[in-house]
Design a protein around this ligand. Structure first.
Ligand SMILES: Nc1ncnc2c1ncn2[C@@H]1O[C@H](COP(=O)(O)OP(=O)(O)O)[C@@H](O)[C@H]1O
Ligand SMILES: [Mg+2]
Length: 239
């Protein structure tokens, strides 16, 4: 894909192939085009040049909800929670949303129990079972980010886009989030935009380095770390 904003060439002929079940990190300096790439895969803004395929299907012109229906899930860098509702209520809404985008809404309403069970399961999955009845606004920051992941999981994604999942976290919260991401099913494909190098090198199978909107390297962590060009433009002495 290539993408232009007004006078800015944000992406130039970026070509990614991400295998099912792969955990791919996108890194690069500020302004490299990471968020733009991420947003184009999620479905907004519309793709200008290029194509997006999911499991062999061309989804280039599908809307965000249509992509979600096919299994593209995402978290947002800013909290996307209902602060006045409990963790469980937030999770229930996400599960009900999944039912709607799967067009189950014209079928008999699924019972309270089924929604409750699914919502409880995603809270358990992210380690928030004990916080089920705590209002989202009263959760610790790291728990709020974990709840974000739970809401994305409630939509049953096959590809999960994580937007700086540890941004603003304390070292302890970051360690918890790394454990959470590591515990996700291995067949769930992950695409992670992340600044924290420790997170990247712990989680990623493959790393793609963007620089001025172009891919300068894709490879496993050790290879990316050793690449002179990558060190020159990005890692430098910062690690
Ligand atoms: N909505 C927008 N309007 C205009 N320019 C944008 C917009 N979004 C991003 N850009 C520009 O596109 C380039 C890539 O931005 P971005 O994808 O946010 O980079 P990164 O996430 O790697 O920091 C930057 O030069 C940025 O200023
Ligand atoms: Mg960004």
């Amino acid at each position: 894909m290539s993408h232009r904003f007004d006078g800015v060439q944000a992406l130039t002929a970026v070509n990614l192939h991400i295998a099912p079940g792969e955990r791919r990190a996108i890194i690069g300096p500020n302004g490299a085009g990471k968020s733009t790439l991420f947003n184009l895969i999620a479905g907004a803004p519309p793709v200008q040049t290029g194509r997006v395929w999911l499991h062999g299907r061309d989804i280039t012109h599908l809307s965000v909800p249509a992509r979600a229906n096919l299994g593209v899930g995402r978290t947002f860098q800013r909290n996307n929670l209902f602060a006045g509702l409990t963790s469980l209520e937030n999770a229930r809404l996400a599960v009900q949303h999944r039912e709607r985008i799967n067009r189950h809404w014209f079928k008999p309403i699924r019972g309270f129990t089924a929604v409750h069970t699914a919502a409880t399961a995603v809270l358990q999955q992210v380690g928030l079972a004990e916080q089920a009845h705590v209002k989202a606004g009263d959760l610790a920051y790291g728990q709020q980010r974990a709840l974000e992941v739970a809401l994305a999981l409630a939509l049953n994604p096959r590809l999960l886009l994580l937007d700086e999942p540890t941004a603003g976290m304390s070292p302890a919260e970051t360690a918890d989030m790394i454990r959470l991401i590591q515990s996700l099913p291995r067949d769930l494909t992950l695409l992670i935009v992340e600044h924290d190098m420790d997170v990247i090198f712990t989680l990623a199978d493959q790393i793609t380095v963007l620089h001025y909107g172009q891919v300068i390297h894709t490879g496993p962590p050790a290879e990316v770390q050793a690449d002179e060009r990558v060190q020159g433009v990005y890692l430098g002495g910062n690690r």
